[in-house]
Design a protein around this ligand. Sequence first.
Ligand SMILES: Nc1ncnc2c1ncn2[C@@H]1O[C@H](COP(=O)(O)OP(=O)(O)O)[C@@H](O)[C@H]1O
Ligand SMILES: [Mg+2]
Length: 290
Amino acid sequence: MALIEVQDLRYRYPDQQGLALDGISFSVEPGEFVGIIGPNRAGKSTLCQALVGLVPHFYKGAIGGRVVADGLDVHKHPVAEVARRVGLVFQNPFTQISGAKFTVYEEVAFGLENAGVPREEMIPRIEEALRLLGLEELKDRSPFALSGGQMQRLAIASVLAMRPKVLVLDEPTSQLDPEGTGEVFAAMAALCRQGMAVVVAEHKVERLAPLAGKILVLHAGRRVAFDSPRRVFAREDLPALGVAVPPVTEAARRLGWRFEDGTYPVTTEEAEELARKNLVAAGGGGGGRG
Ligand SMILES: Nc1ncnc2c1ncn2[C@@H]1O[C@H](COP(=O)(O)OP(=O)(O)O)[C@@H](O)[C@H]1O
Ligand SMILES: [Mg+2]
C-alpha cells in the first residue's frame, strides 16, 4: 500500500470563491522522492499542508476527497497524530526554530520533549537525526549562529527526530543561497537513500530533476501531470503554464536532441550520454574518410 494516497482532493479556504485544490490525486510509495512544481498560487503550499492535515483542521474551509497517510485518514485524525507519520518542514527555517533553546542539540530535543518521548529514547533519536543531517560538529552551537543552510538542516533534523515515515518540505531552499541550497538537497538525497519518502515543493527544477522519481505539476489547483522528470519536462505546455524546465532540457529541445522515446535529457549526465550517441551516430552516418 502507498505511504500517502491522495484521492480527488478538493479544498476551498474559508471565505474564498475558487478551489485552492481541485481534484488532486497522486500517491507516494515508501522511499520515493516526489517533487511538486507549479507557478505561484498553484496550490503547492496548500497541498503540503493537506498532507499533514493542517488543511482542513487548522485552516478550516471545505474539503472533499481523501488523504490517507500511512493508513491513517488525515481528515478524521488530529494533526498531532498525523504529524508522527508525516513531518512538515516550512519555507523559512527562522520560523521553525523554537528560539527557546541555546544549542542545536537542545533544539532537536525540544520537539521530542513536547511529544513526551522518554529520555532514554530521546538520546539515540537526537544523535541519529544530527548524524543524518551532518550536524554533529555543530551540536553545541547556538541555532542562531548557523548559516541559512545549516539552520534549515536543523529544522529538518528536528522534524526527523519524530521519526516520521514521510518528510514533506515546502520550498525549503527558497530563502537560501546556492551553498545552503546544495546542503539541503544533499540532505534530502541522503534521507531518501535511507529509505525515507520525501515530498518537496521546489522551484529549482534543475536540482529536482536528478533526484525525483516523480514530479507533480500543479496549476490553478489542478494536477497537470504526475510522471517521471523526463516525461514531465518533455511536455510542450509547461512554459505557457509558467513552469520552468531545467536549462539543459531547454538547450536539448532547441538542438533537437531527444532520446528514442521522445523525451529530452533533464540532467547534465543524460545530456552527455545523448551527446555521445549523437556524435557516434553522426560519425558513423558520415562514413569513413579513406
Ligand atoms: N491562508 C489562506 N487563506 C485563503 N486563501 C489562501 C490561503 N493560502 C493560500 N490561499 C490561496 O490558495 C491558492 C493556492 O495558494 P498556495 O497553496 O499558497 O500556492 P503556492 O504555494 O503554489 O504558491 C491561491 O489562490 C492562494 O491565494
Ligand atoms: Mg507556496
